[in-house]
Design a protein around this ligand. Structure first.
Ligand SMILES: Cc1ncc(COP(=O)(O)O)c(C=O)c1O
Length: 439
C-alpha cells in the first residue's frame, strides 16, 4: 500500500522545472520570414482599425486568390484526374514518382542544350523544401554559402539552421540588380560551397541576360563553387528579356536548379517543386552532392502523391494561352506600378521590373516626417490606408520596400493611390512634389 501511494506521488508531482531550453537561433529566424512579418503588420492594422476600407495586399507572393490569377483548367483537371484514378493514394518513392520526374526533366530540357534524365530531378514540397534540402545537403561544419542582397531570406534561415554561414553579396540597383561579381569574389574562400542567384528575381523583378549569367557561371568556376539557381519565377518575364535558365551553363560550373509550379501555375498551395541538377561533367556524382540530396529525401516528407500523379498532364497540357494571359496581366500591372510610383514623394524606383511579381523601391526618409524606418512606414501605411507592403529589411535592405504588383488591376490602382496620399500626407513641407532621387 505504502509503496504504491509513493509511486503515485512520483507520477503526479509537478517537477520544479522542465528540461526544455528554447533554441534562440530558431526563434530568431522568425524575423527572416515574409509571412511572419506580414502577419505582424496585419495584426497592427487590425488593432488600429484599418480605416474601414478593404485591405489591399501588396506584400505577398501569392496572387492566386484574385480571379484574374486563377490557375489553368488543365491543371485542375490533371489533379482531379489523378485523384479520381485511385492510383495515387499510397506513399510515393522518396525522390518522387518516376513519371513526374521524367516529365519535369523533359520540361526543363526544352530550354537546355542537353537532356536531363529523371535521375537528375528530385521532387519537393514546393520550392521552399527544395531550399531546405539543398542547404542541408551542402552544409558541413565551417561551410559558408553566398546569398544575394536583396534576396529571399529563407536561404539564410535554412543555411543557419543547417549550421552553415550565410554571406551576402550585393545586387546593383542601377544596373538591373545584376550580381556584383567583385563582391562575390571578395567573399569567397575555401569553405564557400555555393553561390545562389534568383532569376527572375524576388524581390527585385530582375531578369538576367545570357551574358550576365555566363559571367556568374565563370566566376563560380574560378572560385570552385557550385551555382544554386532559384528559378521559382521561371518564364514570368514581361520586358524585352526572355528567361534563360542557369542550367545552360552547367558545363561551366555545376548548377543546382530549384523550381516549382507555385508561381507559373499560380498554385502555391499545391506544394510541388523540384531540385534539378545540370552537371554534364558529373561533378555532383563524384563529390557526392547527388547522394547527399537523395539521402536527405529519405529523411523528410514527400509532396502529396496525387499532385505528383498530376504533374505529367499539368506540364504537358497547360495551354500557351494561359501563360500568355498571365504575362499580359503581370506586364500591365508592372507598367502601372512603375508609372504611378514615379511621382510619389519619398520613394524612388531604381529599376523597372522585368519579371516575377515584385519591385523594390527606396525610401528617402529625409523627405518624410515622423517615419522612423521601413518597418514603421509599413505599419503606419497599413493602419492609415489599409495597404500592406513588405518592409525591405525582410529581404535584406532597410529603408526599402518590396511592392507586389500581382493583384487585380483595380485594387493595384487603388493601393498605389493610397500609397501616394500616405506619402504626401507625411511629406515634409519642402519635399512636397519631389520624388526621392534614384539610387
Ligand atoms: C525566390 C523564391 N524561391 C522559393 C520560393 C518558395 O517557393 P514555393 O512557394 O514553391 O515553396 C519562393 C516563394 O515565394 C520564392 O520567392
Amino acid at each position: 500500500m505504502e509503496s504504491s501511494s509513493a509511486s503515485n506521488e512520483e507520477v503526479t508531482a509537478v517537477p520544479a522545472s522542465w528540461n526544455f531550453e528554447p533554441n534562440e537561433t530558431l526563434l530568431g529566424l522568425m524575423a527572416l520570414s515574409v509571412r511572419g512579418v506580414l502577419a505582424r503588420i496585419k495584426a497592427e492594422m487590425v488593432a488600429g482599425g484599418g480605416g474601414g476600407r478593404p485591405v489591399i495586399p501588396m506584400g505577398h507572393g501569392d496572387p492566386s486568390a484574385f480571379p484574374c490569377f486563377r490557375t489553368a483548367p488543365e491543371a485542375v483537371d490533371a489533379v482531379a484526374g489523378a485523384l479520381q484514378s485511385g492510383e495515387y493514394n499510397s506513399y510515393s518513392t522518396c525522390v518522387g514518382l518516376e513519371p513526374a520526374r521524367r516529365s519535369v526533366a523533359r520540361y526543363l530540357s526544352r530550354d537546355l542544350p542537353y537532356e536531363l534524365s529523371p535521375d537528375d530531378v528530385y521532387l519537393t514540397n514546393g520550392g521552399a523544401q527544395a531550399i531546405e534540402i539543398v542547404c542541408s545537403a551542402l552544409a558541413r561544419p565551417g561551410a559558408n554559402i553566398l546569398l544575394p542582397r536583396p534576396g529571399y531570406k529563407l536561404y539564410e534561415a535554412r543555411a543557419v539552421f543547417s549550421g552553415m554561414e550565410a554571406r551576402y553579396f550585393d545586387l546593383v540597383p542601377g544596373e538591373g540588380w545584376e550580381v556584383d561579381t567583385d563582391s562575390v569574389r571578395a567573399l569567397a574562400d575555401k569553405n564557400t560551397v555555393a553561390v545562389v542567384i534568383i532569376n527572375p528575381g524576388n524581390p527585385c523583378g530582375n531578369v538576367y541576360s545570357y551574358e550576365h549569367l555566363a559571367k556568374v557561371a565563370e566566376t563560380a568556376r574560378k572560385l570552385g563553387v557550385f551555382v544554386v539557381a532559384d528559378e521559382a519565377y521561371a518564364h514570368l518575364t514581361f520586358g524585352e528579356r526572355r528567361f534563360v535558365p542557369m542550367g545552360v551553363f552547367g558545363a561551366v560550373a555545376p548548377v543546382i536548379t530549384l523550381g516549382s509550379i507555385s508561381k507559373r501555375w499560380l498554385v502555391p498551395g499545391w506544394r510541388l517543386g523540384w531540385i534539378a541538377t545540370s552537371d554534364p561533367s558529373g561533378v555532383f556524382q563524384r563529390t557526392k552532392v547527388a547522394s547527399s540530396i537523395k539521402t536527405y529525401h529519405y529523411i523528410c516528407s514527400d509532396p502529396t502523391t496525387f499532385v505528383q500523379g498530376a504533374v505529367p498532364n499539368l506540364l504537358e497540357n497547360t495551354s500557351e494561352e494561359f501563360f500568355r494571359r498571365n504575362i499580359r496581366t503581370l506586364k500591365e500591372s508592372a507598367d502601372m506600378c512603375w508609372e504611378k510610383l514615379k511621382g510619389v514623394n519619398g520613394i524612388a524606383c531604381p529599376s523597372r521590373p522585368m519579371g516575377s511579381m515584385f519591385v523594390m523601391v527606396k525610401l528617402d526618409l529625409s523627405c518624410l516626417q515622423g517615419i522612423e524606418d521601413d518597418m514603421d512606414f509599413c505599419c503606419r501605411l497599413a493602419k492609415e490606408e489599409s495597404v500592406v507592403v513588405l518592409p525591405g529589411r525582410v529581404v535584406g535592405c532597410e529603408d526599402w520596400l518590396r511592392i507586389t504588383f500581382a493583384i487585380d488591376p483595380s485594387s493595384l490602382e487603388d493601393g498605389l493611390d493610397r500609397l501616394r496620399s500616405f506619402c504626401s500626407r507625411h511629406s515634409k513641407p519642402a519635399a512636397q512634389g519631389s520624388a526621392a532621387s534614384v539610387v
